[in-house]
Write a protein that binds this ligand. Structure first.
Ligand code: PPS
Length: 295
């Protein structure tokens, strides 16, 4: 592991036209040697869409609801983040070396950058999508606290960048659409953050069915409880509090920030909302996906 000198908000770097955090762009080369296994389970999301939440749910399912076992390591070690790389922390590829089978894997990559081996091995994937307005707000605060990102600038300028796909991982609009299209031909369970907020037990049952697993009802209830926002916020193995401050500064904004649907209303001005809606209608025209922006 390299020593942390200075993370200092490097500009995004483009890989096949996709803007990425500089360190993640550097990880794309080594990721070429990644070999998927048929019993891997991939968690795919656009950033800030509920990745950590569904990761904790899946690890709890894999550990049969044993919370102590889920406390064995931070979430980014239990669920290796394929393209992750940052100063002073093990990369996703490093973490994978010690990850026993069956593996849970995380990615935010759009399809153009997804390692082909995951498709070749027909790896089951759980995709979580979240409404664009809450993602934009959550992403803004994440840019502020996670210093591997460029400076987000003002909220207004960040929102413009988000709409233009000029943020790490590129366009939200393209990401949610292309993964939905892929779900027609590949084993992908497509979930929504808002559905998980509305009825987590129902969504966990969907996950169990997709995995071909079953758990006693009281274990499912326990998983619902332990993966609630309130519990995960105080769980040091789930809340990213063990990441060095140079990389994530929770005093600027907590990783576990609000965990609700509809928080965008506290941030968007009326004018921003109108502009966003008009642009959204154009970008999502003809797309069957329906997102709820409040519950
Ligand atoms: S990341 O960095 O892209 O992996 O972030 P990700 O985990 O996808 O998204 C972070 C947002 O999810 C919220 N969160 C939760 N919401 C509800 N319940 C639970 N258990 C939960 N855990 C995390 C987290 O608070 C971020 O959303 P915001 O809106 O910023 O609060």
């Amino acid at each position: 592991m390299e020593k942390i000198h200075d993370v200092t908000r490097p500009p995004l770097e483009y890989v096949k036209g996709v803007p990425l955090i500089k360190y993640f762009a550097e990880a794309m080369g080594p990721l070429q040697s990644f070999q998927a296994r048929p019993d891997d389970l991939l968690i795919s999301t656009y950033p800030k869409s509920g990745t950590t939440w569904v990761s904790e749910i899946l690890d709890m399912i894999y550990q049969g609801g044993d919370l102590e076992k889920c406390h064995r390591a931070p979430i980014f070690i239990r669920v290796p983040f394929l393209e992750f790389k940052a100063p002073g922390l093990p990369s996703g590829m490093d973490t994978l070396k010690d990850t026993p089978t069956p593996r849970l894997l995380k990615t935010h990559l759009p399809l153009t950058l997804l390692p082909q081996t995951l498709l070749d091995q027909k790896v089951k994937t759980i995709y979580v999508a979240r409404n664009a307005k809450d993602v934009a707000v959550s992403y803004f605060h994440f840019y502020r606290m996670a210093k591997v990102h460029p400076d987000p600038g003002t909220w207004d300028s960040f929102l413009e960048k988000f709409m233009a796909g000029d943020v790490s991982y590129g366009s939200w609009y393209q990401h949610v659409k292309e993964w939905e299209e892929l779900s027609h031909t590949h084993p992908i369970l497509y979930l929504f953050y808002e559905d998980m907020k509305e009825n987590p037990k129902r969504e966990i049952q969907k996950i169990l069915e997709f995995l071909g697993r079953s758990l006693p009802e009281k274990t499912v209830d326990y998983i619902v409880e332990q993966t609630s926002f309130k519990e995960m916020k105080k769980n040091s193995m789930a809340n990213y509090s063990n990441v060095p401050t140079e990389v994530m500064d929770h005093s600027i904004s907590n990783f576990m920030r609000k965990g609700i649907a509809g928080d965008w209303k506290n941030t968007f001005t009326v004018a921003q909302n109108e502009r966003f809606d008009a642009d959204y209608a154009e970008k999502m025209a003809g797309c069957g996906l329906h997102f709820r922006t409040e519950l």
